[in-house]
Design a protein around this ligand. Structure first.
Ligand code: NAD
Length: 275
């Protein structure tokens, strides 16, 4: 760690919220505050204890991002689309100038609202904060650029049974990289999961397959297939700590950036890599 950060963390009783608090405290960062829903059963529990630590830090979850962000340099938000947008709105009334967004499942309209907030905050938003997935994203772009349209592109993902949105934010990030590699747009090339009596794939489409099972943290595979050969690139997340570590790296980086909307490839310096 090169810098001690003061953080506001949204959704501190969630899977990622607890992980973020735990990883941040372990790394020596300070937690200025955290939020939870008004009806959360964890409102009266210290956020360090929620994160599985023995010693409380004297911070209870609150419901207002303005209170939780008081004294925070960076806001870290892995919650739900509406909650993240409401927090962005509220943060205008705080000195917090850097935001890390891990929430997935935004609609195109919500995505454009986040892009607009990039004029006020340095925002790092990523469907996945792991180093491995961001390298896989860069590789996907490169390979898609190299292989012609006679190579079909299929993206498969598996996540735990509690996950809400599908395909995952990471699968869409990989699809976006594949589309960009082909100088196209994912919203035009995206193919809904195959189903029904006439579900043939069309040339150039990017297909998605989704599985939900047990406690899987996150598996992703990008397959490129011609009539003669198949190339598979894959990633498996073994521990949520990898997302929290990446988010904290992004938080540190965001503090030094002017307002704008950035992603994890910016943080890791993976933009502009060519074959
Ligand atoms: P979760 O349901 O376990 O946690 C979300 C938490 O946010 C819950 O505790 C919920 O009560 C809280 N919350 C919801 N609305 C709120 C509000 N208005 N104010 C305060 N708290 C609120 O979910 P999770 O598994 O931790 O995932 C959260 C999000 O992060 C999802 O969108 C998921 O896809 C995403 N995610 C992203 C990455 C990444 O690397 N980008 C990794 C894992 C998960």
């Amino acid at each position: 760690m090169t810098q001690t950060l003061s953080l506001g963390i949204a959704g501190v009783a969630g899977r990622m919220g607890r992980q973020l608090v735990s990883t941040a405290l372990q790394a020596g960062h300070k937690i200025a505050g955290g939020t939870e829903l008004p009806d959360s059963p964890d409102r009266e529990t210290d956020i360090a204890v929620l994160a599985g630590r023995a010693d409380p830090i004297g911070v209870l979850p609150c419901t207002d991002p303005v209170d939780a962000a008081a004294g925070a340099q960076v806001w870290v938000d892995f919650t739900a689309p509406q909650a993240t947008l409401a927090a962005l709105h509220a943060l205008r009334h705080t000195p917090t100038s850097a935001v890390v967004i891990g929430t997935t499942g935004f609609t195109p309209l919500q995505e454009s609202q986040i892009a607009a907030a990039g004029s006020e905050f340095a925002i790092v938003k990523a469907g996945n904060f792991s180093l491995g997935i961001n390298l896989l994203t860069a590789m996907t772009r490169l390979v898609a650029a190299r292989l012609g349209e006679d190579w079909d592109i299929e993206i498969a993902e598996t996540h735990h049974r509690h996950k809400l949105d599908a395909p995952s934010g990471t699968a869409l990030m990989l699809g976006d990289a594949a589309a960009k590699g082909r100088a196209g747009r994912l919203d035009q090339l995206r193919r809904a999961p195959y189903d029904g009596p006439d579900a043939r794939r069309q040339a150039g489409e990017i297909g998605f397959a989704v599985r939900r099972a047990g406690g899987v943290v996150g598996d992703h595979e990008v397959g490129f297939a011609s009539e003669q050969e198949v190339l598979s690139l894959g990633h498996r997340a073994l521990d949520r700590a990898v997302f929290a570590q990446g988010a904290l790296k992004a938080a540190e980086w965001a503090m030094t950036q002017p307002p704008g909307l950035y992603d994890m490839e910016d943080v890791l310096g993976l933009k502009g890599i060519s074959v």
